[in-house]
Ligand binder design. Structure first.
Ligand SMILES: [Zn+2]
Length: 155
């Protein structure tokens, strides 16, 4: 028996999300050592405008608008927690699920790499990403709960 299952709210958030990404999320909840909630699947343009206004997103062209992205947030003692160690555990489960199902995933903890093909420890991926951005004199926008299907393969 898997340790965790997706709750009704999570399943609702998955409505309208691309089936390949849904498959990965459903497999990830079976594999994960950290419970999570699908906090955000499909988003409306109005919701996206609010996200950008509060700095939670940097783009109005979000993959959430087209059903190509999900946010998986740690669920601990009945609360959503945006905290790193549990976020790493969820990302690990997503990577394992993506490899198993052969679905390419782009992760908000290291936007510029092929996450599914990566083999480094999850926390190294984040610090390496921050280092690369720093060397390019660019800001690193890290969004650990965010997973999306790459646009090049899923337009
Ligand atoms: Zn997101």
């Amino acid at each position: 028996m898997p340790k965790y299952v997706l709750g009704a709210g999570s399943l609702r958030e998955l409505k309208g999300v691309h089936p390949d990404l849904v498959k990965v999320v459903k497999r990830a909840i079976e594999l994960t050592t950290q419970d999570f909630t699908v906090h955000d699947g499909l988003r409306t343009i109005e919701e996206q405008r609010e996200y950008v206004a509060r700095g939670a997103s940097t783009t109005l062209a979000s993959r959430h608008l087209t059903g190509h992205a999900v946010d998986l947030v740690p669920y601990i003692n009945g609360k959503l927690r945006w905290e790193w160690p549990p976020i790493y555990a969820i990302a690990e489960a997503v990577r394992t699920a993506a490899v198993e199902l052969n679905v390419p995933i782009r992760w908000g903890g290291a936007w510029d790499i092929d996450f599914t093909a990566s083999t480094d420890p999850i926390d190294d991926l984040v610090s390496d990403y921050i280092g690369r951005r720093r060397r390019q004199n660019k800001k690193a926008f890290i969004d650990g709960p965010h997973f999306e299907l790459p646009k090049a393969l899923y337009p």
